[in-house]
Design a protein around this ligand. Structure first.
Ligand code: ZN
Ligand code: ZN
Ligand code: ZN
Length: 215
């Protein structure tokens, strides 16, 4: 059985399955307090204040072009946006550092793709507690490592997935289930899938059904 560092310290394997069974309060829209949808295209990051709002709240101020949270006028270009982001990165805001790392990783938001730079930023954000950065690093070392010129490192991936999963990150929990399933630990896989299904991941719901039928 795989044990995270916390489990080893606690002398058992249970920590990983007792933490992160609910989504955390920082997954709520700061305006309406509803949990943000898990799907990528159903929420919006406001780069002025680095708050993520639901689309409903985001569109409420669309007409006035202000941020629905801090009321700052929306930047009209990436160039105009950058000094604000840079300022937040410099003071160590994990959301801003993750945003910049993600932008370099994907080559979006006005940035050229630069994987080594992205990994450095994601690791900084992760060290500051960003569960999104942990998930992204997990995926990087688990799956896309060959394409991106990075050595696959499953132990490293699992460490990152476990951190985010213990904070209620559904996709991290799901990916731990996939790893357990692939290595033949069907029981542990099922435990992970049941938690991520409860967190709202529909793919996990399907997987937990197949798993419990012995698949
Ligand atoms: Zn553990
Ligand atoms: Zn909202
Ligand atoms: Zn704002």
């Amino acid at each position: 059985m795989r044990r995270c560092s916390e489990c080893v310290a606690a002398g058992n394997e249970l920590v990983l399955f007792t933490k992160g069974r609910e989504r955390s309060t920082d997954d709520e829209c700061p305006i309406c307090s509803r949990l943000l949808p898990l799907e990528d295209n159903k929420w919006m990051l406001q780069t002025c204040c680095m708050k993520t709002t639901c689309l409903g709240c985001a569109y409420q101020t669309r007409m006035s072009d202000d941020c629905p949270f801090c009321r700052a006028p929306n930047a009209v270009s990436y160039e105009e946006d950058f000094p604000t982001i840079k300022k937040r990165v410099d003071v160590g805001d994990p959301v801003a550092i993750h945003y910049l790392g993600d932008s370099y990783m994907k080559g979006i938001n006005g940035f050229e793709r630069d994987v080594p730079k992205a990994v450095e930023l994601l690791e900084r954000a992760a060290a500051l507690g960003s569960k999104e950065a942990h998930l992204q690093l997990g995926v990087l070392f688990d799956r896309f490592s060959v394409d991106w010129g990075i050595d696959k490192d499953l132990a490293r991936a699992v460490g990152h997935y476990e951190f985010a999963a213990k904070q209620g990150k559904a996709l991290s929990r799901h990916n731990l289930g996939v790893i357990e399933h692939n290595t033949g630990s069907k029981g542990l896989a099922l435990k992970h899938f049941m938690i991520s299904a409860k967190l709202g991941d529909t793919d996990s719901l399907e997987k937990s059904r197949t798993c419990s039928k012995g698949g």
